[in-house]
Ligand binder design. Structure first.
Ligand SMILES: [Fe+2]
Ligand SMILES: [Fe+2]
Length: 167
């Protein structure tokens, strides 16, 4: 990697986000399967659809810059997904496991929120207003997903649903 300008930083961020989103599209179907609660399954499925859109958006922004994703790998996302996979493989109380899946997914969302926030700001500074708006749209969807997961964690799923023994 060679960073000589903010533009270079921005392009690298987009490639990194492409890798991150690609990894998430592969991980979310496993999260859907691993979740027990139907509303959690639905939330993961819905976010899988959104994530496919996020991937397309990043790809389009790269295309418009005559760049391609190349072989950049998002190591941060790889680690977060590995933590999620550890939860998927774990045995035990299904509601406790759902709680751990939510926490793992929220780590992913917060990573994305940080990365999209920075890329959006850099797009703005560089005068790529349309890309900045697109990145903001994705950022908003990541934020909504994070809030939805908090609601699921604090609402019916864990607030009342969790077994006394697993509390
Ligand atoms: Fe995303
Ligand atoms: Fe996300």
């Amino acid at each position: 990697m060679n960073l000589n300008s903010l533009h270079d930083v921005y392009v690298h961020e987009l490639k990194d986000l492409y890798s991150a989103e690609k990894q998430i599209t592969e991980a979310l179907p496993k999260m859907v399967k691993a979740a027990s609660d139907q509303s959690l399954k639905d939330a993961f499925s819905h976010h899988l659809d959104q994530t496919q859109g996020h991937l397309q958006r990043v790809r389009q922004i790269l295309d418009e810059l005559d760049e391609n994703p190349g072989n950049v790998k998002c190591d941060g996302m790889e680690g977060l997904i590995k933590e999620g996979e550890d939860v998927i493989k774990t045995s035990g109380d299904s509601t406790a496991k759902d709680a751990a899946l939510i926490a793992a997914a929220q780590r992913v969302e917060h990573y994305e929120i940080a990365a999209y926030g920075a890329a959006r700001s850099h797009a703005k500074i560089l005068g790529y207003d349309e890309a900045a708006n697109t990145l903001q749209r994705t950022l908003d969807e990541e934020g909504e997903t994070d809030k939805k997961l908090t609601q699921l964690a604090e609402g019916g799923l864990l607030g009342e649903g969790i077994n006394e023994s697993a509390r």
